[in-house]
Design a protein around this ligand. Sequence first.
Ligand code: MSP
Length: 481
Amino acid sequence: MDSHDEFYITTPIYYVNDKPHIGHAYSTIVADTLARWREARGEHVVFSTGVDENSQKTVDAAKKHDEEIHAYVDRLADVWATTWSKLGISNTDFIRTTEERHIEVVKDIWGRMEAAGDIYKGQYEGLYCKGHEAFMKEDELTPDGLCPEHKVAPELVTEENYFFRLSNYQQKLLEFYETHGEFVAPAHRFNEVRSFVENGLEDISFSREKKEWGIPVPNDPNQIIYVWADALVNYITIVGVEGWEEHPADVHVMAKDIVRFHAVIWPAMLMSAGLPLPGQIVSTGFLTMDGTKMSKSLGNVVDPLDLAARYGNDGMRYFLLREVSFGDDGDFSEAKMKERYNADLANGLGNFAARVLTLTEKDGGALKDGILDGDFHITIETMQRSVYAKLKEYKFPDALAAIWAAISFGDRYVNDRKVWEIKDDATRAVALFNLVSLLDAVATELVPFLPEAAKKLRAAIVHEDGALKTKKPEILFPRIK
Ligand code: MSP
């Protein structure tokens, strides 16, 4: 990532075959944290999320719910948009792939790839997994012929389809990877992508024979555009073709399941269409339950709204960002979440903030402006430097640990100096100035991670005429039994 004053970040657009679970929330929260971080640094942020509606899964889900398909997608799109807004996600746009603005761009990009000679008609026979919305090779299946992720047998499909000449792009992709050493993070995922491409690329089927649902191929009403060839283009739709030419996405956030689509097919499509490539594909691992990927089809999902109702939006964010190490799978456990909440939020941050603000409250809330003690100065600077360095590498747990190290330092200071017992006004004023300055710096660093708590803290610490004033403290994180 370089710094420009504009930052464009995306989440995947999620299928509307069901409502969000915390696996989806995790990707969205990771993107939100990065978006808020950039915004706090003064950048203009475009942060998009949305829903992928033109999939066969949508048709199946509407049937299952016995709903008319348009009514079904409207209802589900609303469920997704409302969930993100309840969780306090700061997306600046929400895209639905059935929107006219999107259909236009998809057709435009298709036309460009066709004009480049990369779209042709051919016969296809293959094993199609609806869960993946992709063809699978026999050697990718379990011994009994099931998709290992979705645990269903893929369907044998024989059709005349349009193909995308992906094979044309093997060399060009490898050259691009060579010169863009951080195109995929973490690095081990990039290695997987590279060796996949080195092993050779086959052309891929980019349309399906006319179904009742999807975006028609321009000039051939008997075919609809393959859902991935449609969905990936959403990232262009958000900013428009010209907007993308000026400033393509800086970061696409997702889990490892769809890295190949984003790091191989997507850049090849953009090359074909003569458009610039995104900055970075950032992949998380999976959230699991007892070691198995959380997914609706496996029936082991947790509802993020349910968790947020009990732990707060910040409480849920804290657990996910603090516990799941970037790029790795992370096992969800509510017991662990409660433990983190009580130890780090109710006791750690909440208690420190309450102590400091209660002490200053007793002194009327006004603070004598002073000069920070050396060790406070160093603590604050170390925290700021490591949060920056860790976030640049998406190491959310380490960034949070750096903030909590500063909180512990403050707590120790209160205890060691017995600040509540200091009788001498001047000495107490210096101690309080140091502590409030530290809390203020902590609140600033917390903005991307715990936006609601940060906001409350920053409202309690006011900068007035160059001096600090504090207001009555508010309980940030009530203990949970
Ligand atoms: N519609 C496609 C994406 C198109 S993007 C141009 C799709 N949709 S999805 O609903 O299946 O979402 C997949 C994404 O949801 C993952 O890449 C990840 O961001 C998120 N997750 C879904 N389950 C997850 C976990 N159990 N753990 C972590 N992330 C999860 O693929």
